[in-house]
Design a protein around this ligand. Structure first.
Ligand code: TMP
Ligand code: ASP
Length: 321
């Protein structure tokens, strides 16, 4: 099988039976600090693969599209071929890791609500934090996909936090990668395991790669523990996270907008002489019964065009509320 990409701990291989798929192989390597610290632990690849399989299947059951297709011998998984977007998404519930180092914050402080951060995928630059504005201005990801990535990260956080919460574990933070499939779906890609998330038990002890990063315990036992815990959970008991969207409809430039003109006159009469133009649009708030997926987003685009907007005279934008 020819190698498409050799990563630090995984390999992406061509799938000899299908052009639409690739095969990801988990090795026994474990690295930290962009490869500055490296080791090989017998059985680690199998464990990371099994945890990834469990979590990607679980998210998929909740309506979140992922690249996972099936698990093969190896440890390997067959996935949809996807162009990986150059931005990683981190979601945090509790301050730890680079968040503490960056802002001088004590490890363990609970955030009042989940925080989503974006990082540029560039090993040579050390994967720096990047603002949403810079992602858009550098054309790394388009606005719709960026909003979608944030929304999916929050949904994943909801589902994983509840799942681990059932077993009195805290999901501290995690990292997601996203890919675009040949048919245009934005899917959660890569692995989700103790290598890509932080999990603490009731005593605040780590069950994840921090054990290796900080030389503070046995990584393999922790991963075996995560897998045992996951197998004890009841994924069906976790409620679906609903989603609210706003569709903002505006008259196109150059199209007359009488309500705007009336409002402008009124404002000037009241003394707001500097008002140059007012254009009145409308907002539809749409609540969905489940998280947004790229399939749903396509349906919504159709709904906008057929029902909510007049594409000849109006423009529209979908925002996640
Ligand atoms: P951080 O605190 O180092 O920024 O990491 C946040 C989360 O993202 C943590 O759960 C580990 C995960 N992560 C990766 O999976 N890969 C990486 O390269 C980095 C830097 C973090
Ligand atoms: N720097 C990252 C970490 O510490 C990833 C790595 O080096 O493989 O998790």
């Amino acid at each position: 099988m020819s190698v498409i990409r050799e990563g630090k701990v995984k390999r992406v291989l061509e799938d000899p039976s299908s052009k639409q798929h690739v095969i990801i192989e988990f090795t026994n390597f474990v690295t930290a600090g962009d490869g500055a610290k490296k080791d090989e632990l017998e059985g680690k690849g199998r464990l990371a693969c099994d945890i990834t399989e469990f979590l990607l299947k679980y998210l998929s059951d909740k309506g979140i599209e992922t690249h996972y297709v099936e698990t093969l011998e190896g440890p390997r998984i067959r996935c949809f071929r996807a162009a990986i977007l150059p931005v990683e998404v981190v979601c945090r519930n509790i301050a730890a890791g680079s968040f503490c180092r960056r802002y001088g914050i004590e490890k363990g402080i609970e955030l009042d609500r989940p925080l989503v951060e974006f990082f540029l995928k560039d090993d040579d630059l050390g994967d720096p934090l990047i603002t949403e504005e810079a992602v858009l201005r550098l054309n790394l990801v388009n606005k719709t996909d960026l909003g979608f990535m944030k929304s999916i990260a929050l949904s994943v956080n909801h589902y994983l936090s509840e799942l681990f919460g059932q077993q009195e574990l805290r999901l501290v933070d995690f990292k997601l990668e996203f890919g675009k499939t040949a048919d245009g779906r934005l899917v959660v890609a890569d692995e989700i395991s103790g290598d890509t998330m932080r999990i603490w038990n009731k005593e605040g002890e780590s069950l994840d790669k921090d054990l290796f990063r900080e030389d503070s315990g046995d990584l393999l036992s922790a991963y075996i523990g995560i897998l045992e815990i996951l197998r004890k959970t009841d994924p069906d008991s976790i409620p679906i996270r609903p989603e609210t969207l706003q569709v903002i409809v505006m008259p196109k430039d150059g199209i007359k907008n009488p309500p705007g003109e009336v409002t402008k006159k009124g404002l000037i009469r009241l003394g707001f002489q500097d008002v140059k133009e007012v254009r009145v649009g409308k907002v539809f708030q749409v609540s969905l019964t489940k998280p947004l997926t790229s399939g749903l987003l396509k349906g919504l685009e159709l709904m906008n065009i057929k029902l909510l907007t007049n594409p000849i005279a109006e423009t529209h934008e979908v925002r996640l509320a």
